[in-house]
Structures are given as C-alpha cells and as structure tokens.
Write a protein that binds this ligand. Structure first.
Ligand code: ATP
Ligand code: MG
Length: 382
C-alpha cells in the first residue's frame, strides 16, 4: 500500500516536472522568436533605379544587388520569366512570344507594371534579409512633375515598401562622390548614364540649378548603329553598338589606336558580314552628341549665380555614371569649359553609394528627403 502511494507521488512529481519543462522550453522558443522578430522588424534600402542598371544598397551592408534594369516576359501567358541580368541575356535573342524590355527610359518610368514587378522581385532577393517592414530611399531624376514623382512613390510602395523617401539623383551622386553637400560651397556634378545625363549645381544640401538631357550611352549607341548602316553598309543591333562603344570609343584622340571586329547583316545582300571599326570613326560618329553635353554644361554655368561659379571653378566638375567611363570625356569637358574635371572612383555605383549613405544616417540627412528643386529655378529637361 505504502509502496504504491510512493510510486504515485513519484509519477505525479515527474509529470509536473515535465509539464514545467515543456512550458520553460516554449517560453524560451517564444522569446527567441520575439527577439528575432524585433531584430527583423525593419530593413532600410537605397535604390538607384537606372535605365541600364538597378542597384540596391542595404543599410549597414553596402551594395548587395547590382543587376541589369530589364524584365523578360511571356506575351502568351503574360507572366514574367526573368528580371535583371538573367533577363538581359534574353535581350535581342528571344523568340517572338518573349519580350525583354527596359521598364525605365531616360530615367523615367516607361512601364510602371514591369518596373513594379522588377522591384518586387529584387526586394525578395536572397541577398536581402526578410523583415516585416521595408523602407526605401529612392533616387529620382531632377525636374519631375508632381505626377511623375507620385508614380515613383506608388511604384515602390506597390512593390512592397512601407515607406519611401525620394531624393534627387544629383544630390545622391554628390554624396556618393564623397562631397560634403552641407558645406557653403558649390559643386557641379554631371551624372552621365545610359538614358540621361543629369547635371546640377549642388550647394548647402540642395540643388541650385539643374538640367537633364536625353543623351547617354543609349543615345551614343543609336548614333553608332546609324553610322555603321550608312557608312559601312552593315545592320547591327544595340548590343553590338554598345560593344563597339565600350571597346573603342573615345571623346578625344588617345595614344593607343583601337579597333574591333564586328558582325552584322550586309545592307545590300542581306547576308552575314564582318567588318573592322576603328576608334577614329567612332569618335566622329559620337562627336555631335558629346557637343550637346558640353553645350549644356556651359548653359548650366551661365544660369548659375556668379558667387557659385567661383566655387565651381575652384572645386572643379565631378563626373559619375557609366558614361563617364568613355575614354577622354573628362579631357574634352575640361578643354571646352576650362574647369578641371574629375571622374569619381567607381562611377557606376556613385548614386547607389549616395543612397546608401542616407540609409546609414537617415536622421542626419532628413533635410534632403522628399525635398525637390523647383523646375522654375533653372531646371530644364533636354
Ligand atoms: N567601361 C565602360 N566604358 C564606357 N561606357 C560604359 C562602361 N561601362 C558601362 N558603361 C556604360 O554606362 C552606362 C550605364 O551607366 P549607369 O549605370 O550609370 O546608367 P543608368 O544609371 O542605368 O542610366 P540612367 O542614369 O541614364 O537612368 C551604359 O550606357 C554602359 O554602356
Ligand atoms: Mg543613373
């Protein structure tokens, strides 16, 4: 009898002990889950949504996504097949039912839905941690209308961001170039991209005057396509034109003579043909477009208040964007304007770096978030 009740007590105690253990374990698991949830509550990213490339900077981590700004979709099923660099591989080589397109043209949204899909997918990319809320600092071109600005905001919000801060790209380019935009001095920043050349006088954390030209790498490609067809009687596509530009193009004569062999379709026979393109030819073909750029810089300086022109002379011109990698572009502008020109380090990532600096110090830069230069004060679209 005594033995039985002892066993009963033992069994009872053990069951209480196990119940407690289960409760403690659940408590630990819940706490862990809570801590992880708090840790992943919010992520802040900076985005440079360009015509050619899209880069994403994750707060505290750096640029974690650098992809082509392209979406490939199936016209029959209306479904997206690929975005980014994977979609780029499909460009110009797709069957008729697949279309690969740039959702951004000349820095402006050309296809809202495709751009939304692209951002949505990139925000879910495995290089970014999962979080409840995503805040985005997005670089936008200067001189946007209220409607254009709103569509950028809607785009990122519909793509899944909880909060969006818009910042004009030349300010981001200046920050990404390492310039102290809070100083009482003026800087002239030229961001030459694929679809646009954005130029602005930046002073005291704002844009004083700005211009946006629809001349960029793509425009130069079109000039090359036209000239190769007219002078060398060969049809080439945009990827070949870009290959020619990157391999041999220059703004002024270089010490090294360059040439490239390219293939295309003979204009008269329609058959495949191979030709050699030389740097001197390409220099002539793109000269007129580069003249637009130098003339616009001159116009911008003419619109700049005299005091600030002195600062520009002293500080020089800062160039960024992929277009600034064109051989001799700095020397050409220096010669035409008479002011020293510096191509910043890693110019392709300059705007994304600037956006990243803001994500890292959101409070410090609150003055430039969602504040826009007035198009009435010198801002012009080219
Ligand atoms: N090594 C290089 N030499 C010359 N041009 C280059 C080189 N590398 C890239 N580019 C050009 O840089 C351009 C892309 O630059 P960038 O990424 O700054 O443009 P984007 O931001 O996408 O365009 P945008 O600012 O106009 O919307 C392309 O036209 C590309 O051909
Ligand atoms: Mg750009």
């Amino acid at each position: 009898m005594f033995l039985t009740s002892d066993v009963q007590i033992l069994v009872f105690r053990s069951s209480v002990f196990f119940k407690c253990l289960v409760k403690v374990n659940s408590l630990i698991l819940y706490s862990l889950f809570f801590i992880l949830t708090i840790m992943n509550f919010k992520k802040i990213v900076g985005i440079d949504l360009g015509t050619d490339t899209i880069q994403v900077y994750l707060k505290g981590a750096g640029i974690v996504i650098d992809e082509a700004s392209i979406v490939a979709f199936n016209n029959r099923t209306n479904r997206i097949i690929a975005v980014g660099t994977e979609a780029k591989k499909m460009m110009s080589r797709t069957p008729t039912h697949i279309t690969a397109l740039h959702p951004v043209a000349h820095g402006i949204l050309a296809d809202f839905d495709m751009a939304k899909e692209m951002i949505q997918r990139l925000l879910k990319n495995k290089s970014l941690p999962w979080s409840w809320v995503t805040e985005v600092v997005l670089g936008v071109p200067t001189n946007l209308t209220e409607v254009e600005r709103k569509s950028f905001e809607d785009l990122v919000q519909e793509a899944g961001a909880g909060k969006v801060y818009l910042v004009e790209q030349p300010l981001l380019a200046a920050l990404g170039s390492g310039l102290d935009i809070y100083q009482p001095t003026a800087y002239l920043v030229v961001d030459m991209g694929a679809g646009t050349t954005d130029m602005a006088i930046v002073a005291m954390n704002g844009i004083v005057v700005s211009r946006r030209l629809k001349v960029g790498g793509n425009y130069l490609n079109n000039e090359i396509i036209k000239a190769v067809r007219e002078e060398l009687k060969l049809h080439i596509g945009e990827p070949t034109a870009e290959e020619i530009r990157i391999a041999v193009a220059s703004a002024i004569p270089q010490s090294e003579r360059l040439e490239i062999t390219v293939r295309g379709r003979d204009v008269s026979t329609g058959l495949p043909k191979e030709i050699i393109v030389k740097d001197a030819q390409v220099r002539i073909w793109i000269a007129r477009s580069l003249k637009f750029v130098t003339e616009s810089i001159k116009d911008l300086i003419e619109e700049t208040p005299a005091e600030l022109v002195g600062d520009v002379y002293k500080n020089g011109i800062y160039m960024c964007g992929g277009g600034s990698l064109l051989r001799g572009i700095d020397s050409l502008i220096e010669k035409e304007i008479g002011v020293s020109v510096r191509v910043v380090e890693d110019p392709l990532r300059c705007v994304a770096r600037g956006a990243g600096m803001i994500t890292d110090h959101l409070e410090m830069y609150h003055q430039i978030l969602n504040t826009f230069s007035s198009p009435g004060f010198g801002g012009k679209k080219g």
